[in-house]
Design a protein around this ligand. Structure first.
Ligand SMILES: *[C@@H]1O[C@H](CO)[C@@H](O)[C@H](O)[C@H]1NC(C)=O
Ligand SMILES: *[C@@H]1O[C@H](CO)[C@@H](O)[C@H](O)[C@H]1NC(C)=O
Length: 217
């Protein structure tokens, strides 16, 4: 669990502004810097909710929720990134999935459908990719800026997959537990489209487990 320092918000705020108008793909307000040109992100990862239902898991979950609530009270972020879905408070949030989000009795698709019903969830699903939660969210300047229709940064989300296939036979193939090359190809292609539209933009990427290369270098 960690909070991004203000430094990143300031970096985003001072990023160069280029490029033409765009239309949001989201049917909800776009993400914007605040009137101080800052954007505060809180990131919660590996929450491990729902373990040991008959034992220590209950207290662990209560403790996790208490810690998160304390952090959210104290930091008051503009946006929350979850490496595991959580719904509350009315704060805008987005998630990306990893190895804890697919099990015999847990469907990633059902999880995504459930998240999509939440009006403050920004979690997206870019089709034609292997995982569910591979997508990006543009971040815009404050409305007080004259150039407020051009994004200042892109938030990328990569699905590192993993876990067990939903309701599958015991001998079925395992799901890769990392960001696969086809997801990387999707990213490279999308980034090119974005660069052509808006010019080069700074980015932040969120992923539960990085590509396998991280394990071997
Ligand atoms: C929950 O928090 C309490 C108080 O800090 C602590 O004593 C307890 O060990 C925690 N329980 C678990 C399962 O982490
Ligand atoms: C899936 O859920 C069913 C019904 O609650 C339960 O009987 C079964 O043990 C669960 N399977 C796994 C692998 O958790």
């Amino acid at each position: 669990m960690m909070l991004l320092p203000n430094l990143i918000a300031r970096f985003l705020a001072t990023a160069s502004l280029l490029a033409p108008k765009l239309t949001s793909r989201l049917a909800k307000p776009v993400l914007r810097l605040d009137c101080n040109d800052e954007f505060h992100l809180a990131i919660f990862s590996d929450l491990h909710y729902g373990e040991e239902e008959d034992g220590w898991g209950i207290t662990q979950d209560v403790n996790s929720t208490r810690v998160m609530n304390n952090i959210l009270d104290y930091e008051v972020p503009d946006f929350v990134i979850l490496m595991r879905p959580l719904v509350e408070r009315g704060l805008k949030w987005a998630s990306t999935y990893g190895n804890h989000d697919s099990q015999y009795n847990l469907s990633r698709h059902a999880l995504f459908d459930e998240e999509s019903k939440n009006s403050v969830s920004y979690t997206q699903h870019a089709s034609k990719t292997l995982g569910i939660t591979n997508y990006y969210l543009p971040l815009y300047p404050s409305l007080s800026r004259s150039d407020c229709e051009s994004p200042v940064a892109i938030l990328w989300f990569f699905d590192s997959q993993g876990g067990a296939p939903f309701q599958a036979d015991a001998d079925s193939e395992e799901i890769p537990d990392w960001v696969t090359p086809d997801i990387v190809s999707w990213f490279v292609a999308e980034r090119k489209v974005l660069a052509e539209k808006w010019g080069p933009l700074p980015s932040l990427a969120f992923v539960h487990i990085p590509p396998t290369a991280f394990l071997t270098v």
